[in-house]
Ligand binder design. Structure first.
Ligand SMILES: Nc1ncnc2c1ncn2[C@@H]1O[C@H](COP(=O)(O)OP(=O)(O)OP(=O)(O)O)[C@@H](O)[C@H]1O
Ligand SMILES: [Mg+2]
Length: 210
């Protein structure tokens, strides 16, 4: 199985929560290539705690919770895309970006450029709340323009069947399922909520994307 990229329509849409559920469900390894912001729990720490699965070390750990290019500049670091090659692991690998597809890694490159280099399936996480159709469509357009294989959209939040269906149909993208909002996030509650996401559907979508 090719490594899977989890990106999102925005920051804070639930990429890490979804990635943790997916990592656990696929018995995968998780990798966050660039972490910006070290004061709160990092995404790697969150995924390790929620999935109980192996987590690879980040290639760049940047102090400031900001766009990676700014967080890097502040530390006198320049992010080198050549250092962000996909690692080889046994079994599936789930890779999380930061923010959305147009977030800069350097003054010249955005996450989309990295995903396009990798040529590996991308899952777009989208909230179900108002505004999501626009953000999802724009992200899909950017991913497709860059030639990234899009596996599908996974929703996070309360059910919005008309919105979810509109996105899947109008923009011809597989609907990979929806995660309910959880009152308490633990490995057990996440695993139960993730039952609503059919990993068979995801595997089929991945094959369809390649
Ligand atoms: N389904 C959910 N149920 C409960 N809480 C959730 C759910 N999805 C996301 N959250 C919470 O919302 C916040 C943002 O989610 P998350 O960290 O997964 O977003 P992200 O897209 O990975 O953000 P970033 O761009 O910073 O990496 C977190 O506090 C997370 O615990
Ligand atoms: Mg995250």
């Amino acid at each position: 199985m090719r490594p899977l990229v989890v990106t999102g329509t925005d920051t804070g849409v639930g990429k890490t929560v979804f990635a943790a559920g997916l990592t656990a469900a696929l018995l995968a390894t998780y990798w966050k290539p660039v972490q910006a912001g070290l004061d709160e729990a990092t995404d790697s720490e969150t995924v390790a705690a929620l999935s109980g699965r192996p987590v690879l070390p980040e290639a760049y750990r940047l102090r400031r919770p900001a766009s990676p290019h700014l967080a890097a500049e502040e530390m006198g670091v320049r992010i080198d895309l050549d250092r962000l090659a996909l690692p080889q692991v046994d079994g599936p690998l789930v890779v999380e970006g930061a923010g959305g597809v147009m977030v800069p890694l350097t003054r010249k490159a955005v996450y989309l450029d990295l995903f396009a280099r990798w040529q590996t399936p991308v899952i777009l996480v989208a909230r179900t709340r108002l505004g999501t159709i626009n953000h999802t469509a724009l992200s899909l357009m950017a991913l497709r323009n860059a030639g990234c294989p899009v596996a599908g959209v996974a929703f996070n939040g309360p059910p919005e069947p008309e919105v979810e269906e509109t996105i899947a149909e109008m923009f011809s993208v597989p609907h990979l399922g929806r995660l309910d909002p959880l009152a308490e996030l633990t490995p057990a509650t996440l695993a139960r909520a993730f039952d609503a996401i059919d990993t068979g559907t995801i595997q089929t979508a991945i094959r369809g994307a390649l």
